[in-house]
Design a protein around this ligand. Sequence first.
Ligand SMILES: Cc1cc2nc3c(=O)[nH]c(=O)nc-3n(C[C@H](O)[C@H](O)[C@H](O)COP(=O)(O)OP(=O)(O)OC[C@H]3O[C@@H](n4cnc5c(N)ncnc54)[C@H](O)[C@@H]3O)c2cc1C
Length: 483
Amino acid sequence: MTNSPRTEFDAIVIGSGPNGLAAAITLQQAGKSVLIIEGDEHIGGGLRSAELTLPGFVHDVCSAIHPLAIGSPFFSTLPLEAHGLEYLYPDLAAAHPFDDGSAAVLYHSVAQTAAGLGADEQAYLKLFNPVVRDWPYIAPDVLGPLGFPKYPFKLASFGLKALPSAITVAKRFKTDAARGLWAGMAAHSIQPLSNLSTAAIALVLMTAGHIKGWPIPAGGSKEIANAMASYFLSMGGKIETGHYVKSLDELPPSKAVLFDVTPKQLLKIAGHRFSSIYKWQLERYRYGMGVFKVDWALDGPIPFTAEEARRSGTVHIGNTLEEIAHSEQQTANGKMVDNPFVLLAQQSLFDPSRAPEGKHTAWAYCHVPNGSEQDRTEAIEKQVERFAPGFRERILARHTMNTKEMEAYNPNYIGGDINGGIIDLGQLFTRPALRSSPYRTSAKGLYICSSSTPPGGGVHGMCGHHAAIRVLKDIFNQSLPSL
Ligand SMILES: Cc1cc2nc3c(=O)[nH]c(=O)nc-3n(C[C@H](O)[C@H](O)[C@H](O)COP(=O)(O)OP(=O)(O)OC[C@H]3O[C@@H](n4cnc5c(N)ncnc54)[C@H](O)[C@@H]3O)c2cc1C
């Protein structure tokens, strides 16, 4: 990426995470001249991969598993394969091992997943068949700002299942297998499972798995960002890296500026331009739990007792619903637990480019109180060892990041919060503030396009795409056909 000349642009996007890139692409596709300014030397934000441990071992620094990217209505319109992106599909999307050596599994097929849940087969079919059937119709509304939906009855039926807490919806199931599988999915919400709307993330992730799978990008998650940037540049877009924007005065002239940052940073950069009420709203924006992350270089695959876990891209380590719910609740209360819920990915099983022949990588994190600097390596490794005896003997090297290091790596991870702010009911549709459009700030020409806007965290680009649509309407009087 070269430094761009300080000419005038139609729009400037600050930050090149998936949402910044999506916003920039949408605007450039609409014929606008766009400059992306990225603070880091490398583009991608949450989409970067690096040799964190040993030479030849490629680790995903942040995002690893991409059901939301492959299922994104916006990404599906982009020619990313032509720009070098290849998705690889693990045999099994996700496995959830239990202490007795068994595992529940999220398969591509709803029927196969249900069949593995024994007495809960019918309950699973009843919950998921309608959502999977309706998903193509409701996805653009679920993954966008509040508005009048295209299919109100289908969306209402989804809402009845998505808005309760994960614990409430789990009452549909009797078996530990179904309840544990469901709880592991809902724990991606990074909140206590008793919170309203924690069922939504489980429904979305599992439905995405049933429709398109949980793929990993060949070569690392950085390849999604590289393909997006390559497409953007091919349309004439410009990217400048290595420039953390601190003030609006540093920017070349433009008609609109879109920020791929969270409210805390936005206030620092542009707070003086906002109305007092908007400033007040942003100051009250809430961040959620942080993460503690470990990457390993291994001299063999993880020896999970459950055969299904040895064939899955993702493994949820937390045993029963009760154990996972306890872990998330205690962490939200600011406490550490001995057996944290661990999300683990084993990319090199499916992508040989991630490690030297015969060797492997693994990626894992657990939730911790926001801002905690405690080292959770021992707790995470103990959890993996519990379901994969002999795991520790395979570790060649490890790399860890606490919440402070996370935030130093990417200033969007405030206190280690990887979702750009908690995604609870109060901040689900109205993030970062209750306004007619969440993407518009109170200052003319300034917009926010990060995961701090609807639909929130994850690699899907929908926040950026919707913010760009807002800019096109407001500033350029231009409308795009809906996705
Ligand atoms: C450990 C971890 C695991 C994750 N796992 C997954 C997963 O498996 N699947 C999934 O879908 N999602 C996952 N995520 C979440 C996902 O990565 C984020 O939700 C997503 O990247 C948010 O995109 P964004 O564009 O809003 O922000 P970001 O990706 O955070 O990008 C923001 C960009 O803005 C830049 N920036 C910030 N401030 C400035 C400034 N002042 N000037 C210039 N540039 C600036 C940053 O350097 C960064 O490049 C994970 C995240 C983490 C950290």
